[in-house]
Design a protein. Structure first.
Length: 569
């Protein structure tokens, strides 16, 4: 029998007359700022004027049904209800026909969930014992001190079969491998928020082994993965291995029970450029922290420039997994046949670090024509963030105009949407990793536009995406483990499935509704409840298409929620 534990998260209650989770009222299950609009959505029948709100001091208020909406995705009828200002901190009980739930109003509603989303990276560390996680403690797994060079990665100085040491880093997703593309992207995305809120992160504590040093916990966590990334560059030519992997995915077992050999495989231009970009950023950002990490900034800067030169010499060195033999490799690909966006990000990051004209010239050559939300497969927006954060960048205004145009388009039609949010209104909003790449990253773009334009125009809409993510949506799930009263309990995540604990690691963002259902044929016991785009989600460990977790998705959650939390300081 699995062991049941309590999670240190907000345990809010939304109970019907028989003690079951309410099905009609959809709301943010975690919390709202006092000044934030307070909206719920009611499924099905018209609530009219029957919604009541009991304040913390016992008064009863009437809520107002604002409008009716028929979903173009499911044809279901929903009603948007305004609860009024509710500006005093406290718990407000919302009731309708015997069903009730609590709306939590706080000066720091996102602090616990933001901290948990960042602390998740400690829980997925590789190559060290996890000793400060209570019931989630585990012994060392995957030391990665004897990793083999795959024949696809062989070079004259490192022939196939060479044993190298490549420890530390984060497990990438539901599996136990480590991927340069996704690791670099994840750090780069979180760095974008860090650079806008350095003081906030200097105070944020996550209770990790490094917490007692002079470096912010956030940067300590990034360094744990950067230390692994350093080992993924071939010291003899500057190219970067695409990933460190087993030939096949491991079963749903703990790290100590994994037996397959681990390899570094083919160098790729995309991995090398992502490495160059994030090392250039890290060299800048860690410069003040020489006491804890002496010499790192100089080392990272040199390795970033060397990687960029390798990429310039090998611009078509894309990763083709089907070409890998003896052994064949069947794990995640992170394949990408276009490196223009990676060149743009790396060139802008290296220009910020060095000021060299050659990097600025390359950035101009590869600059995008429009803003797109950041994903591992399209990192152009990370380059755009670099340009906008550097006041001296000649590309700053162009990138800012593109961002503003994107944000203005994103907020159109919110007042007529089903869940009063920019996200979640079109079939294209849903798919693999949608809650990260479309919901969180859209909100991050909105917040970034506010910061760059020195306005608060877009903040309201970013908060609406938080409402959607945390429960005001078609499934009624708060999509972050350990928070709210209806959150995923069975993510596609090997440690959570194999550790003998009922509750999964807290603070994980699942991929979300995915009408592609690419895992449907592989699921033996689970069946999707719906084919409707925003309902195509199942809380089952078999569902890697809708219920897996990944560091890049959690990075978007950290970037988004930590920014929101910083607004409350």
């Amino acid at each position: 029998m699995k062991k049941t534990i309590m999670i240190s998260a907000l345990l809010l209650v939304c109970l019907g007359t028989h003690g079951q989770a309410g099905e009609r009222i959809r709301r943010n299950q975690v919390g709202c700022y006092p000044q934030q609009e307070k909206i719920i959505v009611v499924e099905g029948t018209n609530p009219g004027n029957k919604v009541r709100v009991m304040t913390p001091d016992g008064k009863t208020l009437k809520a107002k049904t604002v409008r009716k909406f028929v979903s173009p995705l499911s044809q279901k009828t929903r009603y948007v209800v305004s609860l009024g200002s509710l500006s005093a901190p406290g718990d407000y009980r919302v009731g309708l026909d015997g069903e009730s739930c609590v709306l939590h109003v706080s000066e720091r509603p996102f602090h616990d969930i933001a901290t948990a989303s960042l602390r998740l990276f400690y829980l997925v560390r590789s190559g060290v014992p996890i000793s400060q996680a209570g019931d989630y403690n585990r012994p060392l797994g995957h030391p990665d001190t004897q990793v083999l060079v795959h024949n696809s990665a062989a070079s004259p100085m490192r022939p196939a079969g060479t044993v190298i040491s490549s420890p530390y880093g984060w497990y990438d997703a539901g599996d136990y491998n480590k991927y340069v593309v996704n690791s670099s992207f994840s750090i780069g995305l979180m760095f974008a928020t860090y650079e806008q809120h350095r003081e906030y992160f200097s105070q944020l504590k996550t209770n990790i082994p490094e917490s007692g040093n002079a470096t912010p916990d956030f940067l300590d966590e990034m360094m744990f993965n950067l230390q692994w990334l350093l080992t993924m560059q071939d010291p003899y030519d500057g190219g970067v291995y695409h990933k460190l992997t087993t030939p096949n995915f491991e079963g749903f077992v703990m790290p100590t029970d994994c037996k397959q050999p681990r390899y570094v495989v083919a160098k790729s231009v995309t991995a090398t450029l992502d490495f160059a970009a994030v090392m250039a950023d890290a060299a800048r950002i860690f410069e003040p922290y020489q006491h804890d990490y002496p010499g790192f900034s100089a080392q990272a800067a040199a390795m970033a420039e060397r990687a960029y030169q390798w990429a310039k010499a090998h611009p078509k060195a894309f990763y083709f997994q089907q070409q890998l033999k003896d052994p064949a490799v069947n794990t995640g690909t992170y394949g990408d046949g276009d490196a223009a966006d990676e060149f743009f990000w790396a060139a802008t990051a290296l220009w910020r670090l060095t000021g060299k004209q050659a990097y600025l010239d390359d950035a101009r050559q590869y600059q995008p024509q429009q803003f797109t939300t950041p994903t591992w497969g399209n990192v152009a927006s990370l380059g755009a963030f670099e340009c906008m954060a550097a006041a001296s960048s000649p590309l700053r205004e162009t990138m800012l105009q593109q961002l503003t145009a994107y944000c203005d388009a994103a907020i159109q039609g919110v007042e007529q949407s089903a869940f009063q949010s920019p996200y979640g209104n079109n079939p294209s909003d849903f798919g693999w990793g949608c809650l990260a790449e479309h919901c969180c990253c859209q909100a991050l773009a909105l917040l970034y536009a506010d910061a760059m334009r020195d306005t608060t125009k877009y903040r309201r809409y970013a908060l609406q995406n938080a409402d959607y993510l945390l429960g005001r949506n078609a499934t009624g799930y708060c999509y972050v483990t350990g928070f709210g009263d209806k959150s995923p309990m069975h993510p596609h995540h090997r440690p959570s499935a194999a550790d003998g604990i009922d509750a999964p690691f807290p603070g994980m963002l699942v991929g979300g509704p995915n009408p592609g259902q690419q895992d449907k044929r592989d699921m033996k016991n689970a069946v999707y409840p719906s084919n409707v785009p925003d309902e195509s989600y199942i809380d089952d460990a078999e569902s890697y298409a809708s219920n897996e977790i990944a560091i890049n998705w959690n990075a978007s959650l950290v970037a988004f929620l930590c920014w929101l939390d910083a607004l409350g300081e």
